[in-house]
Ligand binder design. Structure first.
Ligand code: PLP
Length: 422
């Protein structure tokens, strides 16, 4: 038996890891001397699969050679290109194919979904979000309230208790029990960007629905990280980006989920464009609007194929492995990371992410005493890429696709030196 807190143990874990070869399928950024960075920010911008180049080049070539005919004649015809992404994306988030589509960007999608699913009345109009929601989500929600003639004070915050960092589901229950008649919508980050807490989506849906509130989930930090089982959870809608754990490149297109129970509801108010109009008559041009069923019925425009090509490269890779294996490795990798950090036994840092693997994805959020940002800067100087989030957290995400047990071991041994030399 090897001592777990050793490079030899980490190396052995890598050699026993059936997914370790996948690291080679990514470009790992390097420092000026050609040494790999230890990259822990796949939660912010996932690394580039080596295959992405080829996928994008295919579309550039088809465009060069075929012009407009590429819509029909390209190797992957552009007209229905998004359909090539749907099944694989649906598997990643645990949805049925007709519940998912790739379109637009995340915040845009949250607004389009709120057009349909935030239908306030004079009595029932408030929106519940986490007190530490990602700023874009908060701005989106506040602007929806104002757009409908309400005010930002009509946001109800689901907060951690005093002296706690994490959200408790029973507190959401209380909020909804006490204010449910006034609440129209719950819009919750399924995995919180700051603490890394993975919330129980099924319970959130049950709590919301018990008082006829619509339940929407932002899965930006969940898609490709945890298994959200969106269909079974029963949430009404969800949206996520593809540039974090889904490795589809900066600003790439986003995904939406609309639960099957809403698929055929053509009465839902929504914004329209030619891309949510019936495919069969889309190009007849002079037809009255006839909305498509399912998530596709929220698209507006013909989509940017170059971005979709990058998404396809990534989803094809995810599909060869599957979320089950990725999640198994992720639990081990983050568990090892947590173990090593705990062994440092420093009073200057504390992990605020839940310790239960069911309540987190791969990210650990390390709270730094006295908000000492210099620790993060020193890590960066040592080629360890993490991120700092005010007020006092270093976020680190060992990603099972391309991070290794050795990455984690090396990161923590530098961290330990930095803490001991203070
Ligand atoms: C990353 C992230 C965003 C970013 O929104 P964009 O529209 O893609 O710029 C929004 N919300 C959450 C929860 C995020 O994690």
């Amino acid at each position: 038996m090897l001592y777990q807190n050793s490079l030899a143990y980490a190396t052995q874990q890598d050699s026993e890891d059936s997914l370790s070869h996948l690291r080679n399928r990514f470009h790992i950024p390097k420092d000026k001397n050609g040494n790999d960075w230890l990259y822990f920010t796949g939660n912010s911008l996932g690394l580039q699969p080596k295959s992405t180049n080829e996928y994008i080049n295919q579309e550039l070539e088809d465009w060069a050679n075929l012009g407009v005919e590429g819509h029909f004649e390209a190797k992957n015809p552009w007209l229905n290109y998004h359909e090539l992404l749907t099944d694989k994306m649906a598997k990643i988030v645990g949805a049925k194919p007709n519940e998912v589509v790739v379109m637009n960007t995340l915040t845009t999608n949250l607004h389009l979904l709120m057009v349909s699913f935030y239908r306030p009345t004079k009595e029932k109009f408030k929106i519940v979000i986490e007190s530490d929601a990602f700023p874009s989500d908060r701005y989106a929600v506040e602007s929806q309230l104002k757009f409908h003639g309400f005010s930002e004070d009509d946001v109800i915050e689901w907060k951690p208790r005093n002296h706690e960092q994490l959200l408790r589901i029973e507190d959401l229950k209380t909020i909804v029990a006490e204010n449910g008649d006034e609440i129209a919508l719950l819009l919750i980050g399924g995995v919180n960007y700051y603490t890394g807490q993975f919330l129980d989506l099924k319970k959130i849906a049950e709590i919301g629905h018990s008082k006829n509130c619509i339940v929407g989930i932002d899965l930006a930090h969940g898609a490709g990280n945890i298994k959200p089982n969106l269909h079974d959870s029963g949430v009404d809608f969800a949206a996520w980006c593809t540039y974090k754990y889904l490795n589809a490149g900066p600003g790439s297109l986003a995904g939406i989920f609309v639960h099957e129970k809403h698929a055929k509801n053509k009465e839902l108010p929504r914004f329209a464009g030619w891309w949510n109009h019936n495919k069969a008559t889309r190009f007849n041009m002079r037809q009255p609007f006839d909305v498509m069923e399912g998530a596709e019925g929220w698209q507006l425009s013909n989509p940017p194929i170059l971005s979709m090509a990058a998404i396809k490269a990534s989803l094809d890779l995810f599909d060869t492995i599957g979320m089950d294996l990725l999640r198994d490795k992720s639990k081990k990798l983050t568990g090892y990371f947590e173990f090593l950090i705990t062994e440092i036994n420093s009073k200057n840092i504390k992990i605020i992410t839940p310790s239960n693997p069911k309540e987190r994805g791969c990210q650990l959020s390390i709270q730094v005493k006295n908000a000492d940002k210099s620790l993060h800067e020193k890590l960066t100087k040592n080629n360890i890429i993490t991120d700092w989030r005010d007020p006092n957290v270093i976020r680190c995400a060992p990603v099972p696709l391309y991070n290794s047990f050795q990455d984690v071991y090396q990161m923590v041994s530098v961290l330990k030196d930095l803490l001991q030399n203070e």
